[in-house]
Design a protein around this ligand. Structure first.
Ligand SMILES: [Zn+2]
Length: 339
């Protein structure tokens, strides 16, 4: 539990810091497949939570995870269970930990997303990845090589750890060389229904939340919904201001989801949950907005708010110490927009 939490944090933190570049394969745990309802499976590990639905004639996959290697593992896992082809891949939103495996699915399947997600992959992921691959990562590699060489000469106890870090960076570089960012081939604006034999899958866009392109994937027969990163279960979320995140509207979206006939909720990150888990997250966003507003009304400067604002009720959320202030800042800008 603890290790998994930390792994998730490192993934999300990497996402924030490295602008959603896939973290090194060596750093992440193996892919785990779990049956959660009739013909519906959860995929945990190496990126945001994924899922797939089997029908006699076709398979639908939700999100392609961190990298092509992991995406190939998803294809292998599906093949263990059925001979039906993978016909659809849904991208819940544009972040690399949900889309960097797309290239593996593109020869097999129609990749579907909201129009803004396709636009965001082109607008954000392509230039960011190129900059990271050609400039930032080579620099990090040469710095790490120099560090290891120096520790070797000193016979330092830190040597083993720093060598491991160097291997992880090399592994990331190898993955990046293989990565060909692949935008979705089919987009929609509000709603799209996919028919798989007797099953229907509803893809619904409810407006700006975690980004401006989040799609919820509803499996009505299974009473399961995949919320992408509209839900971080007991994890401090990432609020992607640059891609149009809006926490006020995010709360409205989640309140709409609460009205749906749902028994099981797949969050983008964290353990499988239900309406109670959803409510806890809605309360987190609401309480945080309320607190930030209180400090703004007292004319406190952003740096002071980041320093002073605490929400101990949510201190059990992973990333509470490291990332709460980032959430405070995002909401501060949202509330003072246009002032
Ligand atoms: Zn995300």
């Amino acid at each position: 539990m603890k290790t998994k939490g930390n792994a998730l944090i490192s993934i999300i933190f990497s996402c924030v810091i490295l602008l959603c570049i896939a973290p090194a394969k060596a750093q992440t745990p193996a892919l785990k497949v779990q049956k959660i309802a009739t013909d519906l499976y959860l995929l945990v590990g190496n990126g945001g939570n994924g899922a797939f639905l089997l029908s006699p004639d076709a398979v639908l996959v939700v999100d392609s995870k961190n990298d092509p290697t992991t995406a190939s593992e998803i294809v292998q896992e599906v093949k263990k269970l059925t001979t039906a082809p993978i016909r659809y891949l849904i991208n819940t939103h544009y972040h690399g930990d949900h889309t960097h495996g797309n290239q593996v699915f593109s020869p097999l399947a129609t990749i579907i997303s909201h129009q803004n997600t396709r636009d965001n992959i082109i607008r954000f992921n392509l230039p960011r990845n190129e900059e990271y691959r050609t400039s930032r990562l080579p620099q990090m590699l040469s710095e790490q090589e120099a560090k290891v060489a120096q520790l070797e000469s000193q016979n330092s106890p830190q040597l083993q750890e720093e060598r491991k870090r160097l291997e992880e960076l090399k592994s990331t570089a190898e993955e990046l060389e293989q990565l060909r960012l692949t935008p979705p081939s089919l987009t929609f604006e509000t709603q799209c229904t996919v028919y798989l034999d007797d099953y229907t899958v509803e893809l619904i866009y409810l407006g700006e939340g975690h980004t401006n392109g989040d799609v919820v994937v509803y499996f009505p027969q299974q009473k399961v919904i995949h919320l992408g990163d509209l839900l971080f279960h007991q994890i401090i979320p990432y609020i992607d201001v640059a891609a149009g995140a809006d926490t006020a509207h995010w709360i409205e979206i989640l309140n709409q989801v609460k009205q749906m006939e749902v028994e099981t909720i797949i969050p983008g990150h964290g353990e499988l949950t239900d309406i109670a888990g959803l409510e806890e997250f809605i309360n987190y966003l609401s309480d945080l907005r309320q607190e930030v507003k209180k400090y703004i009304d007292q004319d406190q400067a952003l740096e002071d708010i980041k320093e002073n604002l605490r929400l101990p009720k949510y201190s059990h959320f992973s990333g509470y110490n490291a990332r709460l202030s980032g959430n405070v800042e995002a909401i501060y800008w949202e509330l003072t927009r246009g002032n």
